[in-house]
Design a protein around this ligand. Structure first.
Ligand SMILES: Cc1cc2nc3c(=O)[nH]c(=O)nc-3n(C[C@H](O)[C@H](O)[C@H](O)COP(=O)(O)OP(=O)(O)OC[C@H]3O[C@@H](n4cnc5c(N)ncnc54)[C@H](O)[C@@H]3O)c2cc1C
Length: 394
């Protein structure tokens, strides 16, 4: 089948890879002029790790990734108040099937696994989709028109494909009350190599990670009920300055350098809850289908699992897309919903609502070195209770 996959992030190239391997003809379309680089890092494990292993990309991800030797919580003055060894605790809980890697490095590694064999259109996107029952007529923003047997939206949290096929985002969005900003600065000091340094206050948390080539990544999360400016970088940076200038620690210095950020991302921490992930010949995967939010810490892995399961379902159904879409949803819907619901309760760990939640959070963080606390706090989340289909052949 000719399948248009919209979005070359994590989910899209994973799907294109498996469609290509199973004899279909995928085309990727990506709105950006090229694959993105820089940006934030993601922790990657679970069913998505298994898919990466089946694609043979785990060694490369380990090479590109980071092994942080300490997760450290600091006070306003920078004094260490709690810490644990993530290699021991997290890799232990995940039995070594875990990697921390730049999101853009993950996306590029997946993309390169296709070795140039999949047609990719950059700097364009879909303008309209007309599903006539036998095929989908796609009109691109560039003015081109093409027909595909199927269209799959892998275009992230604010999916255009979802808007076109399912209706406006507000009907499916669950906002978790926290806004996130992630950005990287060159030459920031101090660095603390391979230490994840965090400062948490009531209502806000800032994480600092020293990356390669002199870059430092920051991730700020803060409670926020108002709107977040869209496609307006100066206004987004202003919102961050407004909300975090009183927090203390290194924030005054960090915020002063914000104008030199190499990349800057700001968005609401939201989830997408849809009763089904397909309409006719159009389906969704990744954040477009079921974003669990960054609080779940598993969006990338789920995106890869969804892409793989959909490709297997299309293969196993012999081209019956209705049967495939329904098998795909049936296999993963419960897992994804469980992750989404669990993430709702995690907001207090990132941006505590009050002093009591802050003290409790710091106490749990400090006790993470104890195996039973680590197990209780996150042990179960490292095991995805889902059986992936066997690798399709032919
Ligand atoms: C700060 C932060 C930290 C995170 N930490 C983690 C973590 O630790 N672990 C984890 O697993 N996940 C984490 N996530 C979530 C993770 O990044 C996402 O869940 C994952 O990237 C989803 O993959 P995706 O392919 O569905 O979407 P994306 O990676 O968002 O890719 C979507 C792609 O579609 C393109 N696109 C968008 N609109 C269009 C359009 N109209 N037409 C064509 N192309 C389009 C975009 O340019 C992009 O390339 C984090 C997210 C954030 C913001």
């Amino acid at each position: 089948m000719r399948v248009l996959v919209v979005g070359a992030g994590v989910a899209g190239p994973t799907l294109a890879y498996w469609l290509m391997r199973t004899g279909h003809e995928p085309t990727l379309v990506e709105r950006a002029p090229r694959l993105r680089d820089g940006g934030y890092v993601v922790d990657f494990w679970g069913a998505g790790f298994d898919v990466a292993e089946r694609m043979g990309i785990v060694p490369r991800l380990r090479e590109e990734g980071y092994r942080f030797r300490e997760a450290r919580e600091v006070s306003k003055s920078g004094r260490r108040i709690a810490h644990f060894d993530p290699v021991h605790v997290i890799e232990g809980a995940a039995a070594g099937r875990y990697v921390t890697v730049g999101r853009s490095d993950l996306a590029r590694t997946i993309y390169e696994a296709m070795d140039g064999a999949v047609e990719t259109i950059f700097d364009d996107t879909v303008e309209s989709l007309t599903d006539d029952g036998d095929r989908v007529l796609v009109r691109f923003v560039s003015g081109a028109e093409r027909e595909f047997d199927l269209v799959v939206g892998a275009d992230g949290l604010h999916s255009r494909v979802r808007d076109l096929a399912f209706g406006p985002e507000r009907e499916y969005e669950r906002y978790l009350g926290i806004t996130v900003a992630a950005f990287d600065l060159d030459g920031y000091r101090p660095r603390d190599e391979l230490v994840a340094v965090m400062h948490t206050e009531v209502g806000a948390q800032t994480l600092r990670l020293a990356l390669r080539d002199g870059a430092t990544m920051f991730c700020c999360m803060f409670r926020h009920d108002g709107d977040v400016p869209v496609d307006d970088l100066p206004a987004q940076k202003e919102l961050l300055r407004e909300r975090l200038s009183d927090v203390g620690w290194e924030l005054p210095g960090i915020l002063t350098q914000l104008s030199q950020a190499r990349t800057f991302y700001m968005d609401r921490a939201s989830q997408i809850l849809l009763p089904s992930w397909s309409r006719g010949r159009i389906a969704l995967i990744g954040d477009a289908a079921a974003c669990p939010s960054l609080l779940a810490g598993q969006g990338s892995a789920l995106a890869m699992a969804e892409a793989y399961v959909l490709a297997c379902a299309l293969h196993d159904s012999g081209g019956d897309h209705r049967a495939a879409f329904s098998a795909y949803h049936a296999r993963l819907a419960t897992l994804v919903r469980t992750k989404q619901d669990a993430a709702v309760g995690l907001g207090a760990a990132f941006a505590p609502r009050n002093r009591f939640q802050l003290l409790l959070r710091d106490a749990v963080f400090g006790a993470m070195g104890l195996p039973f606390v680590a197990h209780l706090a996150m042990g179960r989340s490292f095991r995805d209770p889902v059986e992936l289909p066997r690798v399709p052949t032919g």
